[in-house]
Ligand binder design. Sequence first.
Ligand code: NAP
Length: 279
Amino acid sequence: MKVGIVGLGLIGGSLGLDLRSRGYEILGVSRQATTCQIALDRGVVARASTDSSLLTEAEIVIICTPIGVIAPTLKQLTPYLSPKAIVTDVGSVKQPIVTACSQLWSNFVGGHPMAGTAEQGINAAQNNLFRGAAYVFTPTEQTLPSAVEKLEEMAHSLGAVTYTCSPEVHDRAVAWISHLPVMVSASLISACRSETEPEVLQLAQQLASSGFRDTSRVGGGNPELGMMMAKYNRQQLLRSLIQYRHNLDHMIDLIERENWHELEQILQSTQKARPEFLH
Ligand code: NAP
């Protein structure tokens, strides 16, 4: 099966590497000839071009550009696509993308492979990024079941675990476990850097170890992606952040009042709850 990938960055490139090794013929479209050449050299794609007409034969087209340009990218592609082509995307936010893209292409199915690294661009593409990861599809009432089935089959070939839900439910859920953590983690790094005593700051930087590495990881990722999450999932992210601020205020209050008993109860319940979110 021929699969077109538009936007050969971390996610587009990693999808290309894996899908190619599973027997899909990958046609890559990038804005830059140098990216096309790197994608060919790295074995990400079978063919690559800066010209969207390369996608004419593609049965599935995956748009892997930044969130804000997914719908404009699809608009620009539509004259070149086969009428039967299934179009999907990988954007981390679904509701605004699904609304805009469904109007541009009736056989559009929102998608979100939930894996990534702090890197970006074609050189960051890696094998097996999606193995064991969740891959969410967000069909609407208009979506053809056969399109979802084909996409699920493709996602399963990557070793991903597929889920389907509405775009709205997706955005609310990822606000908690993906978009809120980015803001919390970024705030943690900023708070640590606000230390005014140079000797203390330097020592903190030298002592930072696995705990800081885990909690700061997503705050140290792609700034454009974090900004897009906030811009395009604004309502759900604000809802999560306000609840988080409430929890933080409660902790401050407990510590100020030296209410060690209640603090311990909270920490015991979070210790118990953490595995519910990790598989
Ligand atoms: P990335 O490494 O920066 O790749 C995005 C690619 O899109 C770029 O390499 C570029 O490819 C193309 N592009 C950039 N700006 C563009 C523009 N203005 N117009 C058209 N094309 C443009 O980013 P990524 O991490 O792969 O993210 C891509 C998508 O995956 C985003 O929608 C993001 O929400 C989603 N996603 C990311 C993660 C993650 O953790 N990183 C996880 C899941 C989903 P060319 O140079 O080839 O044109």
